[in-house]
Design a protein around this ligand. Structure first.
Ligand SMILES: NC(=O)c1ccc[n+]([C@@H]2O[C@H](COP(=O)([O-])OP(=O)(O)OC[C@H]3O[C@@H](n4cnc5c(N)ncnc54)[C@H](O)[C@@H]3O)[C@@H](O)[C@H]2O)c1
Length: 383
């Protein structure tokens, strides 16, 4: 983007006006000095109005904010007419690839919800396409934008926290059967995947980000114990990372919906890091070898670097962090924190895990070939 362009607001369009798009709208509304929401697209003609109605109370100056929004049924018409700088893609996961590719081909930067696509090769193709065209992909990997996370990553990357030993992540993101019956795509192999691909993919990404490493092997197991869905409701496995560290995951949607939890633990030579979100409440501790908690120190550093208002905004809605970062990366021509490569690696981690289930052995990463997730319907899950 040239300096003239950087002075103007970026035009944003959202494709898919369902559950998660409300977080996008709220984030965009808080950046009205930099972003202008120009279009809402959904193949359900009622969806844009329902979405706006549901967000009305949380948006300041609602009438001014919504004044220039046009509604579309077909995203290709929207691209031609609106010519957005940024497109947020918040449709069912099985549609991410085709729509993201069209938006990039058109010349728009994208904010793509997780998982990047349902396939390792198509995910790689998208980030390579964006690179070739000089466009940005920001992934909906919200955990990277939690307060203090980027500082912990920087300290791990600089060696300040010493060698990393192992990590452990728990995603107990309970959903009941009503959730899976809400829309035909949920819980299917083709368009969603199970607890790993939907609820845990960005948690796996956070572990790699914090441990400053990429996965080289995985051994996993899955089951469906309770939920009325095609894919797994429970997954457990272990990754080996390219720095020698191990990382285990428990990912499930079979727990109670009113007890949702995502917890991250990293064991490094000079720090034991715990980050947790339980029933919507975040908590952090960063112990040094003497057992002193440095979390407050990190928080102070974070506020000094980003400001209190940014901290409050991302704590309330991490999508605000994604939009702020994407905006800045377009203006400065840098890479977003959760870039296209992180999207590809996270999808590869999940598909490698699924392949390991299918083969009943450890699988090397990155996967050398395309893995068709629909093969997973061969696995006998419901017992
Ligand atoms: N990052 C996060 O925290 C987070 C949270 C929830 C969901 N997600 C991801 O966001 C995506 C959407 O999830 P959701 O829960 O909002 O789903 P949803 O089913 O509530 O909403 C999807 C919307 O897309 C619309 N749609 C479907 N096909 C379309 C098309 N061809 N063109 C335009 N619109 C179309 C549907 O009508 C619906 O309104 C999924 O990929 C999911 O994994 C991310």
């Amino acid at each position: 983007m040239d300096s003239q362009a950087s002075a103007r607001k970026l035009k944003v369009a959202i494709i898919g006006c369902g559950r998660v798009s409300a977080k996008h709208i709220r984030a965009i509304s808080r950046m009205s000095d930099r972003l202008e929401l120009c279009a809402l697209v959904d193949n359900n003609p009622d969806a844009p109005a329902i979405l706006l109605k549901s967000t009305k109370k949380k948006i300041k100056h609602f009438s001014a904010f919504t004044a220039s929004i046009k509604n579309y049924y077909d995203y290709k018409d929207m691209l031609k007419e609106v010519k957005p700088d940024v497109v947020a893609i918040t449709v069912p996961s099985g549609l991410h690839y085709a729509i993201a590719k069209d938006c990039l081909e058109f010349g728009a930067n994208i904010l793509l919800e997780k998982p990047m696509t349902m396939n390792n090769e198509s995910s790689r193709e998208l980030y390579e396409l964006a690179d070739r065209k000089g466009l940005k992909i920001a992934m909906g990997h919200i955990y990277r934008y939690f307060p203090i996370v980027s500082l912990l990553h920087d300290d791990m990357a600089s060696g300040a926290l010493g060698k990393v030993g192992h990590g452990s992540v728990i995603v107990r993101w309970g959903h009941d059967d009503d959730y899976y019956h809400q829309a035909a795509w949920r819980g299917t192999w083709k368009n969603d995947g199970g607890a790993l691909m939907n609820q845990s993919v960005h948690a796996l990404d956070l572990m790699c980000y914090l441990m400053n490493a990429e996965p080289i092997a995985v051994h996993g197991m899955i089951a469906n114990r309770f939920r009325d869905m095609e894919a797994e409701d429970t997954a457990m496995g272990v990754y080996t990372l390219n720095n020698g560290a191990l990382c285990q995951i428990e990912g499930t949607t079979a727990t109670f919906p009113n007890d949702q939890e995502a917890s991250f633990f990293i064991n490094a030579e000079k720090a034991a890091i715990r980050i947790s979100l339980h029933k919507g409440k975040p908590s952090y501790s960063v112990l040094n070898p003497k057992g002193k908690n440095l979390a407050f120190k990190y928080l102070r550093r974070y506020i000094k670097k980003f400001g209190l208002s940014y901290l409050i905004n991302v704590a309330k809605n991490p999508h605000y962090g994604i939009y702020t970062d994407l905006y800045q990366s377009i203006v400065d021509q840098t890479s977003p924190i959760a870039d296209g490569k992180s999207g590809y690696i996270a999808v590869d981690m999940v598909l490698g895990f699924y392949q390991s289930v299918l083969q009943k052995n450890e699988v090397a990463l990155p996967l050398p070939q395309s893995f068709d997730i629909e093969q997973m319907s061969e696995v006998q899950l419901h017992q």
